[in-house]
Design a protein around this ligand. Structure first.
Ligand SMILES: Cc1ncc(C[n+]2csc(CCOP(=O)(O)OP(=O)(O)O)c2C)c(N)n1
Ligand SMILES: [Mg+2]
Length: 562
């Protein structure tokens, strides 16, 4: 038997196992699992990225996971554990496989008011699929394997392993153990549960009988890698495709059947098509508030069918005519083998109507998308990014207005482009972009964030420079968090006082100069025509780049139609 009777330290085993699972980077604030880091250096090529805060370490691990499909690893000692837990919140909402490792209490001293110590476990409970303590070194192998298994299986998500000792000193202990790994769980998805025949035929027949169906593709389609099958099915059956924000890269925006992102941070053509549909087919979607504009798009009661790997997701918000419990790609494959392509003819008028609604959107927003205004209109940045994004780029987008502008107005032009987005936490995108770049060093990574979002983790410019994580970050710099403007207008009965604006505005800041001061490339863009050359220069810079775009503080993103 492999390694039988061989004593190893927890550190040796943990380093070998992470290596065995194909982990290339871990993100952390010291000091945790110190001996494991020493063993990583001796035994592996794993990069140990130490950051300026545990929350950004978690966001980097999250970006790493979403860009690659491989679990992202983040770590903190006991005093930083809750900062790390806060950073798992977005991964939890977006179903990203992140594994958090923290130091924890020692049975010898707990409850004695140990320096820096509280019970951290409850804080991980709402943001993890599995939340466990490892108290005996001999449990490291099976618990680490279980962590990878849980993080990647079914609907993926974060897990937490707490190692005994405030800095996880458990890794110093020895036991007879083998660093065995399960290669199946190196990445998402480990399994592709097959659909059953009757459910598949029932769902397919509803779809084929419908005259005005629409597909809503969610993050489950990207987790499954089912984009090719989705597009093929939509083309053969002639069905328009809307996506959630999390599923935006399941179909390029320039595809004739793409109607855009549906829901709250959306494109109005998508909401209009979904609300005119006679059947909605959700694939890999939670049917949550954001995707459905709080269940107004589509309205509850609209005939619906659904495909999901999680049986508990099926029908949660929309009663279903038919449902398939399976991996998205596996389900679509079986549907492709059984479909009736002749049924497409019945939808010719519907496709025309959907395309007219898309054309209406483009016509209506053309003045913003092509705006020459100074200060720059954010829609113009989206337009420039659509035109000039490299074919293999990973686009990483923050929330709030950033999510609205890019979700609604930016188009992916190629199936090889990826799009990941904050599931709601302001400030997520910049560190997540660094994690994405660590996972996929050969691909350009372009981050879009507002200035309020960028301020959150601005110290990580130094991490990017130090570790040569050469992402390009575009800051939509309007000198405030102006998504808050409408809300404060309402709170003040229509018009804010000068003092009210102090609640959401900042001192003017030149982020390009700031980035230069830390060793990154900084470019300030004040006129629309200067944006494309700045992007080209940043992508070719060979160092992290920040493009600081001076934009109009009065420009508000369009609100959802329903
Ligand atoms: C962690 C967190 N706190 C607060 C918010 C609420 N919020 C959403 S957008 C926003 C302001 C965004 O400002 P900025 O990034 O500059 O974008 P802008 O709206 O100015 O384009 C705030 C405070 C949030 N989404 N996440
Ligand atoms: Mg702003």
């Amino acid at each position: 038997m492999l390694g039988h009777n061989i004593k190893r330290t927890g550190a040796e085993v943990l380093a070998d196992m992470l290596d065995g699972y194909g982990v290339t980077h871990v993100f952390m604030v010291p000091a945790v699992l110190r001996r494991t880091f020493a063993e990583m250096e001796r035994r592996t090529k794993i990069a140990r990225i130490h950051t300026h805060g545990e929350k950004s370490a978690a966001y980097m691990a999250d970006g790493y996971a979403r860009a690659s499909g491989k679990p992202g690893i983040c770590m903190a000692q006991v005093i930083g554990a809750l900062n790390l837990a806060a950073g798992l919140r977005d991964a939890w909402l977006a179903h990203a496989p992140v594994i958090a490792m923290t130091g924890g209490r020692d049975p010898k001293t707990k409850f004695r008011k140990v320096y820096q110590e509280i019970d951290d476990m409850p804080a991980f409970e709402p943001v993890t699929k599995m939340n466990v303590t490892i108290d005996d070194v001999a449990r490291i192998p099976d618990m680490v394997r279980q962590a990878f298994r849980v993080a990647t299986s079914g609907t993926p998500g974060p897990v937490h392993l707490q190692f005994r000792g405030n800095e996880g000193q458990l890794d110093l202990d020895e036991a007879e153990m083998d660093p065995l790994v399960d290669p199946l769980f190196r990445r998402v998805p480990p399994f592709r549960p097959e659909p059953d025949g009757p459910s598949t035929m029932a769902l397919l027949s509803h779809l084929q009988d419908a005259e005005r169906p629409v597909i809503i593709a969610g993050g489950g389609v990207r987790a499954s890698g089912a984009s090719t099958e989705l597009i093929e099915l939509a083309e053969i059956l002639q069905i328009p495709v809307a996506t959630s924000l999390n599923g935006k890269d399941s179909i390029p925006g320039n595809h004739p059947l793409s109607v855009g992102v549906v829901g709250s941070y959306s494109r109005e053509s998508a909401n209009r098509v979904v609300n005119r549909a006679d059947l909605v087919c959700f694939i890999g979607s939670e049917t949550g508030g954001m995707t459905t504009h709080f269940w107004a798009v589509p309205k509850i009661g609209t005939p619906a069918v659904q495909i999901d790997i999680d049986p508990e997701a099926l029908g949660r918000n929309y009663p279903l005519l038919a449902a398939i419990n399976a991996d998205a790609k596996a389900a679509l494959d079986v549907m492709l083998d059984n479909l009736d392509s002749k049924s497409a003819a019945r939808r010719a008028n519907w496709i025309k109507e959907a395309q007219t609604l898309c054309a209406d959107y483009r016509e209506k927003f053309k003045p913003q998308l092509l705006s020459d205004a100074v200060p720059i209109h954010p829609a113009r940045i989206c337009h420039e990014l659509t035109q000039h994004m490299p074919d293999d780029a990973i686009v990483v987008v923050d929330t709030g207005h950033a999510g609205m502008w890019m979700g609604g107005m930016y188009d992916l032009r190629a199936p090889t482009q990826s799009y990941v987005r904050s599931a709601g936490h302001l400030g997520w995108a910049f560190p997540a972009g660094l994690g994405a770049k660590a996972a996929c060093p050969q691909r350009p990574v372009v981050v879009f964030t507002g200035d309020a979002g960028f301020w959150y983790h601005i110290a990580e410019i130094e991490t990017a420079v130090r570790w040569k994580l050469n992402s390009v970050t575009i800051v939509n710099n309007n000198g405030g968090g102006n998504q808050s403007k409408r809300g404060f207008d309402r709170a003040y009965g229509g018009e804010q006082t000068q003092q009210a604006r102090e609640l959401w505005t900042y001192n003017p800041t030149n982020f390009a100069r700031l980035a230069e001061g830390i060793g990154a490339l900084g470019i300030r863009v004040e006129r629309p025509a200067d944006f494309a050359p700045a992007l080209a220069k940043a992508l070719a810079a060979g160092r992290p780049a920040v493009i600081d775009v001076a934009t109009d503080i009065e420009a508000l993103a369009p609100v959802a139609v329903s």
